[in-house]
Design a protein. Structure first.
Length: 289
């Protein structure tokens, strides 16, 4: 878990981060428990979290991994009670029973791709297995993230109703931003969280799945495009236009069809047609277990 892969540190200590930092959607009260809210004008550079990272360097052993969002049935009422109103994007990505259409054990086969001029790319597989239907409508699940030398252990999920790949991908992305910029993962965590809450674009789209056109929704965020730190940090500046696209549909098993992130090429790029960085996780097929 703590070894950085040559081509990508994508899930470097990702399970530790999930366990210690929670999931992307936090209420303001939860955010304050972990530190003061972001004040971009008061921070000259994205802060490093070396101390927190060192304190979270132990392996996760045993137990079950958390659900992709710490929001279960009835959480919407709790959110109203504490005064926090969730945005449409947060509701689409976190406040839904994403596994409700799955009533029998299945394996969801995803493909991960990394490309671009920044680093060497690769392609690998990701699998989500829904192994058991629970009486309360929740599910048991297993995740296989990558294969061979790239494979990362993910503990089994004992009770979830959301697709855990969404949270795993996002936390992996947060750690990648930390690695590429020397910034702090908590900073990038907050930028993405507030982008969902305040600046997301939602578009109806059609996607081709299993030989048919399916109606879906696409959530788009650009967490760093107006980030003042991008003007003072050269490494962050080249990533400031990074676009996150989340495509989901109630008509697709597992709800999550694709996550795609793209960093456009720099103006001085030798090949302006090739993005600086492009990554995607897409559902390819569903099969019975």
């Amino acid at each position: 878990m703590r070894m950085r892969l040559p081509e990508r540190g994508f899930l470097l200590r990702v399970l530790v981060l999930i366990a210690t930092a929670g999931v992307i959607p936090l209420t303001p009260a939860q955010e304050n428990e972990g530190g003061a809210a972001e004040n971009a004008s008061a921070e000259p550079v994205p802060p490093s979290d070396a101390a927190q990272e060192d304190s979270a360097s132990n392996d996760v052993s045993g137990g079950s991994a958390p659900a992709p969002a710490d929001i279960g049935p009835g959480a919407a009422d709790e959110a109203t009670a504490d005064g926090h109103s969730y945005s449409e994007a947060e509701t689409i990505l976190w406040l839904t029973d994403q596994l409700k259409s799955i009533q029998e054990p299945v394996r969801l086969n995803y493909e991960f791709k990394k490309a671009g001029s920044l680093e060497e790319g690769f392609t690998d597989s990701v699998q989500l297995e829904i192994t058991e239907m629970l009486p309360d409508g929740m599910k048991k699940a297993n995740v296989t993230f990558f294969t061979g030398a790239r494979r990362h252990y993910v503990p089994p999920y004992e009770s979830i109703n959301g697709n855990p790949l969404l949270a795993i991908y996002l936390h992996g992305d947060v750690l990648e931003m930390k690695r590429l910029t020397d910034g702090g993962w908590r900073y990038f965590h907050r930028r993405i969280k507030y982008a969902f809450a305040e600046a997301a674009e939602i578009t109806p789209v059609d996607v081709d799945f299993n030989g048919r056109q399916v109606r879906a929704k696409q959530v788009k965020v650009t967490p760093y495009v107006d980030d003042p730190h991008a003007e003072t940090s050269e490494k962050l500046h080249r990533l400031r236009n990074k676009v996150y696209l989340f495509t989901v549909s109630d008509d697709i098993p597992g709800y999550l069809y694709e996550i795609r992130t793209v960093v456009p090429p720099e103006k001085t790029a030798a090949d302006p047609s090739q993005p600086l960085l492009e990554e995607s996780l897409r559902l390819l097929a569903v099969e019975d277990l």
